[in-house]
Design a binder for this molecule. Structure first.
Ligand SMILES: Nc1ncnc2c1ncn2[C@@H]1O[C@H](COP(=O)(O)OP(=O)(O)OP(=O)(O)O)[C@@H](O)[C@H]1O
Length: 362
C-alpha cells in the first residue's frame, strides 16, 4: 500500500519535523562475537554471509550487523524483533556495556567509542539509565533507599538524595510505599521502583530492555501507560526494547524492526502498518487493527470533479479510528487539509474499507 500522496507520510510534530540534533546517532554498527570477530565487518565476503554460514565458516555470531539510526531529543525509539534478533546486544552497545566491533555511536555529538573508562563511568552515571526486565532491587533496602542508591554512589548527601527519591517515588505512583521492602511489593510495583531508580539521577536517556515482559498482561498494560504518562511529564529521550508489536506501537514514536542482527525497517507505526518493507514486517503487522494506527493520509483519495468540497476539514495525521464518527456523520466527504492545502478527501467508503479490514489487501 502507498499513502495517497507522492510524499512519504509524515506526522506533524514527529521529532524529525523539528529536525533537532540527534541525542544518539548510530552508524554502521556491528557486534560480532567469536574468534577474529574484528575481521567480519571489514570483509565484503564475510559481511554477506547468513548467520548460519558465518558461524560455519568462522565460528562467529554477528549479533548486530550494519545498523544505523538516529534518536531525536524527547523521542521514544523502540527496537523490536524476535528473540535472538540482536535487540539487547544493540542497546548494550550504546553505552558500551558490550563493546561494539565496528561502527560509530555518537551521544550528543560525542563519540562514545573514544570515551576512556572514567568518561564512560561518568556518562553511565549521569546521562544514561537502564531499566531491565529483572528489576535488580536490593532486598534489604526500603523503596526510598533503593531509589536513592545511584545518588548515594554519586556522593549526594542523605537529605538531598532522600528528597529527590521521594519526589520520583511520587512521580511513578508509589506514594505510601516509601518504606516498604521489595518483597512486599507486586511485580508491577517493583518495576515502578526500577523506573523511579532510573529517573532519580535525571538522565538524558532512559534505556529499557524488555522491562515488562515478566509482568502479567494487565499490569503490563498499566506500566506501558505509566511510561506514556512519564514521557509526557518528564519528556525524556527513551530507547525501548520489546518483542511485542502492540507495546511497540503503543509507546514508539518510531520503531526499528530487527531480524538476524539487521534493520528490516525503521519508521512510525503507521508507516510499518501502511507500507511494510517486506513479508517479515507484513507478518508482524498482520493482526494490527489498521484503523487504530493508520491516519487519514493513508486512506484519502484525490477529489474528483463531481465531489462536493464544502464538507468538514480534518488534518492528515488524524488516526482513522478518531475520524470515523466525524466522517460517517458528515453529509459531504471530509476534506483532508494541511496548512490550508487540500490533500485529498475521505468519505464513508474509505473509512468502512479500513474498518472492515479490506483496505490495503487489494
Ligand atoms: N556473549 C555472547 N556470545 C556469543 N553470542 C552471543 C552473545 N550474546 C548474544 N549472542 C548471540 O547474539 C544474537 C543476538 O542476541 P541478543 O540477546 O542481542 O538478541 P535479542 O533480540 O535481545 O534476544 P532476546 O529477546 O532473546 O534477548 C543471538 O544469536 C545470541 O545467541
Amino acid at each position: 500500500m502507498t499513502p495517497a500522496t507522492t510524499e512519504a507520510p509524515r506526522r506533524r510534530d514527529t521529532p524529525e519535523d523539528r529536525a533537532p540534533t540527534p541525542v544518539i546517532s548510530v552508524r554502521e554498527l556491528w557486534k560480532v562475537f567469536g574468534p577474529k570477530a574484528g575481521q567480519v565487518p571489514g570483509s565484503e565476503e564475510l559481511r554477506g554471509l547468513t548467520r548460519r554460514e558465518l558461524m560455519d565458516r568462522t565460528g562467529c555470531t554477528a549479533a548486530v550487523r550494519d545498523v544505523s539510526f538516529d534518536v531525536a531529543p524527547g523521542e521514544v525509539f523502540v527496537v523490536m524483533g524476535l528473540s535472538g534478533s540482536g535487540k539487547s546486544t544493540l542497546v548494550r552497545c550504546l553505552t558500551r556495556l558490550i563493546e561494539p566491533t565496528a561502527g560509530e555511536i555518537l551521544f550528543e555529538g560525542e563519540d562514545i567509542r573514544d570515551a576512556d573508562a572514567g568518561r564512560l563511568r561518568e556518562l553511565r552515571r549521569s546521562k544514561f539509565s537502564m531499566v531491565f526486565q529483572h528489576f535488580g532491587l536490593l532486598p534489604h533496602r526500603r523503596v526510598v533507599d533503593n531509589v536513592a542508591f545511584g545518588l548515594e554512589i554519586r556522593g549526594m548527601s542523605r537529605a538531598e538524595r532522600t528528597r529527590r527519591a521521594l519526589e520520583v517515588v511520587e512521580l511513578v505512583g508509589l506514594s505510601g510505599y516509601e518504606s516498604s521492602y521489595p518483597d512486599q511489593l507486586s511485580g508491577g510495583m517493583q518495576q515502578r521502583v526500577g523506573l523511579a531508580r532510573a529517573l532519580a539521577g535525571d538522565p538524558d536517556v532512559l534505556l529499557f530492555d524488555e522491562p515488562f515482559s515478566a509482568l502479567d498482561p494487565l499490569i503490563r498494560r498499566d506500566m506501558q501507560n505509566e511510561v506514556v504518562r512519564l514521557h509526557r511529564e518528564v519528556g525524556k529521550t527513551m530507547v525501548f526494547i520489546t518483542h511485542d508489536l502492540s507495546e511497540a506501537l503503543r509507546l514508539g514514536d518510531r520503531i526499528l524492526i530487527m531480524r538476524d542482527g539487521r534493520t528490516v525497517q525503521c519508521g512510525t507505526g503507521d508507516e510499518l502498518v501502511g507500507a511494510p518493507a517486506d513479508d517479515y514486517v507484513r507478518d508482524f503487522v498482520r493482526d494490527v487493527p489498521r484503523g487504530d494506527v493508520l491516519t487519514l493520509r493513508w486512506i484519502m483519495r484525490p477529489a474528483d470533479p463531481g465531489d462536493a468540497l464544502d464538507g468538514p476539514e480534518l488534518g492528515p495525521d488524524v488516526v482513522v479510528k478518531e475520524a470515523t464518527r466525524a466522517v460517517l456523520a458528515a453529509e459531504k466527504p471530509v476534506k483532508v487539509v494541511e496548512n490550508g492545502k487540500l490533500l485529498g478527501i475521505v468519505g464513508d467508503e474509505e473509512i468502512l474499507a479500513v474498518v472492515a479490514g479490506q483496505e490495503g489487501d487489494a
